[in-house]
Every structure is written in structure tokens, then in C-alpha cells.
Design a protein. Structure first.
Ligand SMILES: Nc1ncnc2c1ncn2[C@@H]1O[C@H](COP(=O)(O)OP(=O)(O)OP(=O)(O)O)[C@@H](O)[C@H]1O
Ligand SMILES: [Mg+2]
Length: 275
């Protein structure tokens, strides 16, 4: 169930509306590919500790916006801040260390590494990066701590029994779970999920939704790209609608479901109007 504590119900339902406690603030972020304006977000704030769903038709710019905000792509223009710190120009691994991670629409687990190795690659203090730590013999300690953390996380996601299996042997749904578990290795404050339900066996859908709610219940902020409006209604505290790169609506899920601009964006005509 959406968080009952989220103080969002009284906000204006207008694109760009300021939030009472924003963890992420986006200002005038623009990305064009050739002549195509993929993202043109004037203003967007994400409330801390909530699940915000980002919806919109295919090609609306949802994934591109995630890419930009997490340092996997660069905009031509714009600014964004996480906890007040500017993120423009910061590469993805540093964005992760600042506390914001994302998962990918097409899963990026490394098929020829084991499930546990996939987790360790994502760890904050991974041994390979810790040159000075290694030099002073600290690495064994770090490695053991990361492994314990990875196993605890795998257990939470029901993947601990697969720890020594190649990631390539996982089902599509298990791979989505691994991606989520892996993203949590850096102990992020904000986790951005790009269609975590897509291609997942319906039997696993509720499990995934449970995990996403649990992240919010742990105090994390979740931004969630999803096409299934039933899922969006069930899980979101707030919904942001992107169309042709622009935020055209935002509000509580019930408000969005009946918003004419949103219905237009999806269907291309007014609800109830004859084509
Ligand atoms: N690297 C790229 N080069 C050129 N065009 C791109 C690139 N990435 C995205 N686009 C274009 O930008 C627009 C937005 O794409 P994006 O993938 O962000 O949409 P989306 O909302 O995530 O769509 P979907 O729901 O299908 O995943 C699309 O028109 C897409 O073709
Ligand atoms: Mg996408």
C-alpha cells in the first residue's frame, strides 16, 4: 500500500509542483538526439521516502531521463541536485556513491559471472578499486564484509541458493531481482527502477512489488518506470507523466488515472470523444 505518511495529498497537481521534502530536484534538463527532443523537463521534484512512478507512452523519454540523472548520458542543458548537491557532469559510478542508483530496462547482469560475483562487482569498496587498502592489507576485511552484505541481500531477494550459479542461468524474473539486489550493494538513498516488471512471470510480479514497497518502508526513495496502470495505482505515492520528453501531469495515482491530458497522451484523443 502507498505510504500513509506521505504528505503529498494537499499539493497542487501541476507539473513541476515543489515537494515538501525533495531529495531530487531537476531543473530544465534537455537532451536532443539529432533533431529529436527526447527530454525537456522544466522542473521536477521527487519527494524523499516515497514511491514515485514515472509513466508515459513508448518513446516519451523515461529511460533517457534516468540515463541523464544517473550520469549514463549527458544533457545539452540543465541542472539537477541530490540532497542539495549538484550532479551535473558527475559520472555514473560517482552518482551511485552519492546515493542514487538505477536498474536497466534490459537487465545488465554479467552472465558469465556467478550471482555472488555480480553482487561483489557492485560493492562500494570493491577490492579492485581499493589500491591503497589492498597495499595495507585491508582488502581481506573489505572483501569479507562485502561478501556478507551480498549474501544477506541475496537472501532477502530469495536468491541466496543461486549464489554460486552463473547469472546467465537465472530466469528473467530472477535476473530482475538480482539487478535490484545488486543496486542495493551501494546502500543508495534513491533507487530508480526502469520497468522492473517487464518480462517477469506473473507469479513473481507480486514478489517484486513487495520488494519495491519494502525499499520505501526502509526509508529509501524509489522512482519507478512502469507501463501497467494497475501496478502504478497499487504501489505509487505519486505519479509523474512524461510525454514527448515533457512532464505533462503529476499527482496522486487516483488523480492521474482520470486526467484528460494523460489519457490523450496514451490514446491520442479525448476520452469518450469519437475519433
Ligand atoms: N541513443 C539514442 N540515439 C538516438 N535516439 C535515441 C537514443 N536514445 C533514445 N532515443 C530516442 O529518444 C526518445 C526517447 O526514448 P526513451 O528510450 O527515453 O523512451 P522511453 O520513454 O523509455 O520509451 P519505452 O517506454 O519504449 O522504454 C525516443 O524517440 C528514442 O528513439
Ligand atoms: Mg524506456
Amino acid at each position: 500500500m502507498p505510504s500513509s505518511e506521505a504528505p503529498l495529498d494537499d499539493l497542487a497537481r501541476t507539473p513541476g509542483v515543489p515537494k515538501p521534502d525533495p531529495i531530487l530536484i531537476v531543473d530544465n534538463v534537455q537532451r536532443t538526439f539529432g533533431g529529436l527532443q527526447a527530454v525537456n523537463v522544466q522542473s521536477l521534484q521527487i519527494q524523499r521516502g516515497t514511491i514515485t512512478s514515472l509513466i508515459g507512452p513508448n518513446g516519451a523519454g523515461k529511460t533517457t531521463l534516468f540515463n541523464l540523472l544517473t550520469g549514463f548520458d549527458r544533457p545539452q542543458h540543465g541542472d539537477w541536485h541530490l540532497n542539495g548537491g549538484a550532479l551535473v557532469g558527475i559520472p555514473s559510478f560517482r552518482v551511485a556513491r552519492r546515493g542514487m542508483v538505477r536498474t536497466f530496462q534490459l537487465t545488465k547482469s554479467l552472465a558469465r559471472l556467478t550471482v555472488l560475483e555480480n553482487m561483489l562487482v557492485a560493492a562500494k569498496d570493491q577490492v579492485g578499486e581499493s589500491f591503497w587498502g589492498g597495499l595495507f592489507g585491508r582488502w581481506r576485511h573489505i572483501e569479507a564484509a562485502n561478501e556478507a552484505k551480498a549474501m544477506a541481500s541475496l537472501e532477502r531477494f530469495g536468491l541466496d541458493h543461486m549464489a554460486s550459479h552463473y547469472a546467465g542461468s537465472l530466469s528473467g524474473g530472477q535476473r530482475k531481482l538480482l539487478e535490484m539486489a545488486r543496486a542495493l550493494m551501494v546502500e543508495p538513498e534513491v533507487i530508480m527502477l526502469d520497468e522492473p516488471m517487464a518480462g517477469v512471470n506473473p507469479a513473481l510480479t507480486q514478489t517484486l512489488l513487495g520488494h519495491i514497497s519494502a525499499l520505501r518502508d526502509d526509508g529509501k526513495t524509489v522512482v519507478f518506470i512502469e507501463h501497467d496502470m494497475d501496478v502504478v495505482q497499487e504501489i505509487s505515492d505519486w505519479v509523474v507523466v512524461l510525454s514527448q520528453g515533457t512532464v505533462i501531469a503529476e499527482g496522486p495515482p487516483a488523480h492521474i488515472a482520470s486526467n484528460h491530458d494523460v489519457i490523450d497522451a496514451y490514446l491520442g484523443l479525448h476520452h469518450g470523444e469519437k475519433p
